[in-house]
Design a protein around this ligand. Sequence first.
Ligand code: 5GP
Ligand code: MN
Length: 329
Amino acid sequence: MKTIPKVIPDSIAAASHIVLATHVNPDGDALGSLLGLADILHGLGKKVFAYLEEPVSSMYDFLPNCTIAEHDLDALQEFVRLAGAENVVSIALDSGDAERLGVAKDILLSNSPFLVIDHHRGHRPFGDELWLENECSSTGEMIYELALYMRADVSVTAAFCLYVAIVTDTGSFRYDCTSPRTLRIAADLLEKGVHPAEVAGQVYDNYTLARLRLMELVLSTLTVHASGRIGIISVSAAMLEDSGAEPQDVEGFVNFPRSLRSVEVAAFIKETKVGSVSVSLRAKGKVDVAAIAAEFNGGGHRNAAGFRFTGKSLAEVQASVLFALQKAL
Ligand code: 5GP
Ligand code: MN
């Protein structure tokens, strides 16, 4: 059991209305913890506004309650106004720094109390109250601990969402962040009615043809450096266009260069639209990619981190990333 700062459950217990938010380009943990907590809070009789900048991507629209997510910032402000600001608590999930909140950042942070629940190493504190667990596999795992602490009911819907969060952030219980506690919580979630084969099918065997075509294009960009210790792939805006895939469809592709036997650090350079390039880094233990990402104003974990640029070309970013990785080895 984690030591949860008491102010987190106390603030939630005292509020009638709760605003939830997570990071932009939400992954399985971001969406699973957001939707899982929303369901748990509904069970506690709270009114919830679960904010997402964009609609849930086709990769995650199997999450049972994903339609509750709202995208309209005017509606968010109206929710707070009607509730009375003093009755509202806002919570950011899985967000390593304030910038990760996207376009809603200032509106979200103008509300108080603003609670932050996160597990990122290199987290840069924001908001009023922080609950940070670097040793936790996922924010989904923390939300389960919070539900236990609050003696809140975890419905099969919430259990499903939290299980998706844990499975995706641990790479199906493969990464170092998987602890005995992670597996015990996963077992609890199965006892609440989650079917692991169903989740695995939805997460891993649910590709669109466009996504598989994009994978083909992206794999053909693979280059290896430093005697095979560095592997890099990239995606360009043109590849997205040609394949008909969505930007979110690249999730997990960074695992291809990482899967190479000789690779110690893998990078995936993503030009989602021209002039906007983001980078995913993965390591297998020796290199601390969170430290490399921090050099570029990004963040993340020791084995998985990222950062982004505006106004640089794919080739320029690739050159500076390769230089930084070679230096780190
Ligand atoms: P991914 O490569 O899957 O997008 O991200 C890997 C990890 O790095 C995640 O934990 C993610 O939250 C973090 N991360 C990715 N991009 C950024 C960024 O621009 N800033 C920060 N602070 N963290 C990032
Ligand atoms: Mn996470």
